[in-house]
Design a protein around this ligand. Structure first.
Ligand code: OFO
Length: 169
């Protein structure tokens, strides 16, 4: 059985994952109308789907542990970006925020001596390490590319294989 505190923290995390899914969905829609970045577009759509999966996993966990997972209202995410680099910088910042949020939930679960939740959250801790690392790699590549068109062509060509190697789920 979940304590009220742990349930509230997990419900907050459900909101964070849902927001992540929306943020990346908006990035995908914006990328889709930019010329020549079809794979970047697909990367954002896939990332949005993954975040929805992270949200669902939390919903099932809360309900299976005798709690009640609440589906949150969501703010509208940013709809456009000045450049692809800006979108990826925002993605990295967002992932860092999510990691911090997972750490907060973990802190609460530990304070409450809820070791089942602590154990469950390990998957998210590992996932965030991978996602942050992938986001940093992609930002570093974009930094090198600058405004070079051929570099952006290769970035788009390679992004899906980089994300698979990076262990994206
Ligand atoms: Fe939910 O994994 Fe990133 O944000």
């Amino acid at each position: 059985m979940l304590s009220k505190k742990v349930q509230a923290a997990l419900n907050e995390q459900i909101k964070v994952e849902a927001e992540s899914s929306q943020v990346y969905l908006a990035m995908a829609s914006w990328a889709e109308i930019q010329p020549g970045i079809d794979n970047v577009t697909q990367f954002f759509y896939m990332h949005s789907d993954e975040e929805r999966m992270h949200m669902l996993k939390l919903i099932h966990f809360v309900n299976e542990r005798g709690g009640f997972a609440t589906v949150p209202a969501l703010p509208q995410p940013a709809l456009t970006y000045p450049s692809i680099k800006h979108a990826f910088t925002a993605l990295l910042k967002h992932e860092e925020f999510v990691s911090q949020s997972i750490n907060n939930v973990l802190d609460i679960a530990m304070q409450e001596k809820d070791y089942a939740t602590v154990n469950f959250l390990q998957w998210y801790v590992a996932e965030q390490i991978e996602e942050e690392s992938l986001a940093r790699t992609l930002n570093d590549k974009l930094e090198l590319i600058g405004d070079e068109k051929s570099g952006m062509y290769m970035f788009d060509r390679d992004i899906l294989s980089v994300s698979v190697e990076g262990g994206e789920e």
